[in-house]
Design a protein around this ligand. Structure first.
Ligand SMILES: Cc1cc2nc3c(=O)[nH]c(=O)nc-3n(C[C@H](O)[C@H](O)[C@H](O)COP(=O)(O)OP(=O)(O)OC[C@H]3O[C@@H](n4cnc5c(N)ncnc54)[C@H](O)[C@@H]3O)c2cc1C
Length: 287
């Protein structure tokens, strides 16, 4: 089902994300984790895309498998900054041929060692490419409540976000954030600019200490004192930190839903036990 249709049918939704294996050896392990997450009955699942090698090859395979074997709605990610037009068009055709109806259209990070391919500069160009090949896909795009790391001024980032939505994004999913007031301020600004598509808050349950530093380094997300204290308190006891991290994420989710932000995306990171912890706490709320 197209995710845009799902949003019209159901007021509150919960989705989980998985990432495909980098190598074929790890494929079975990831497939098993994805199947366990699918068994929890999320409204849809997203499958991320790496810039090359196994990750990109396996995105379509994992996504189609989830859809065909477990009947879960899926969205397959696709990045463009490190790909030629030929590769991107082949992937779009492959998604279509495998019955995938939803694509998360992304630029992808620019490799540290520099770009090798210059066919696409921004996600907006990928959206135009998808639309020109098959206008029936439902398209998602990324957004950044605290601004994208490369953009010096958030106002400029928002202008580009508007261009991306105008190109044909049916909905947006946010980068992780740990303080809901950041999302509410962002929503206020984009709605004022006329961006009206659904925005899915991306919730990242923090379940180990290293994850905080890694996530912040990659995304630039602000870590509130409340989270710092939690991670510090339970840093030496992984089980306690996992439980606390799940509850922190659920607290964010309940506050979001209470305030009318009702399509929730969880970065479940191939961890069925984390997805199950979230689901257990809010199963009745998302029905
Ligand atoms: C929900 C979500 C899912 C993700 N999934 C993946 C994944 O599966 N695989 C992966 O590799 N990465 C993924 N990422 C990371 C993403 O690829 C990076 O954050 C990347 O740096 C930006 O991608 P984008 O699609 O937001 O790019 P864009 O929308 O192209 O924006 C990138 C930067 O370019 C600027 N910009 C946009 N248009 C213009 C313009 N016309 N002129 C000048 N500047 C412009 C923007 O302001 C921004 O600073 C994901 C991120 C999110 C939030």
């Amino acid at each position: 089902m197209k995710i845009s249709d799902l949003f019209r049918k159901k007021e509150v939704t919960l989705s989980f994300e998985v990432f495909p294996p980098k190598t074929d050896i790890a494929y079975e392990e990831v497939e098993k984790a994805a199947a366990e997450i699918a068994a929890l009955g999320p409204d849809f699942m997203s499958v991320t895309y790496g810039a090359g090698g196994g990750t990109s090859r396996n995105t379509a395979k994992i996504a189609a498998g989830l859809q065909d074997k477990y009947g879960v709605n899926v969205i397959a990610h696709l990045t463009c900054a490190s790909s030629t037009k030929d590769t991107v068009k082949t992937m779009i055709r492959q998604y279509r041929d495998m019955g995938i109806e939803n694509i998360m259209a992304l630029r992808g990070d620019i490799p540290k060692e520099g770009r090798v391919c210059f066919d696409y500069d921004h996600a907006t160009e990928l959206i135009y490419e998808i639309k020109s090949m098959d206008d029936s896909f439902c398209i998602g795009g990324a957004c950044y409540p605290e601004g994208h790391v490369e953009c010096e001024r958030q106002s400029e980032d928002l202008v580009h976000l508007k261009e991306k939505v105008d190109a044909g994004c049916d909905f947006l999913t946010t980068q992780m954030f740990f303080d809901n007031s950041i999302l509410y301020a962002f929503l206020y600004r984009i709605r004022e600019m006329g961006i009206e598509v659904p925005v899915l808050p991306g919730i990242m349950p923090i379940t180990n200490k290293k994850q905080v530093a890694r996530s912040v380094a990659l995304s630039g997300s602000t870590v509130p004192q409340k989270m710092k204290v939690m991670v510090d308190r339970f840093a030496d006891d992984p089980e306690k930190l996992k439980e606390a991290g799940i509850i922190y994420a659920c607290d964010q989710i309940i506050d979001l839903i209470s305030n009318g932000v009702t399509h929730i995306h969880v970065y479940s990171m191939n961890k069925p036990e984390v997805a199950a912890g979230i689901m257990k706490n809010i199963a009745t709320i998302i029905k």
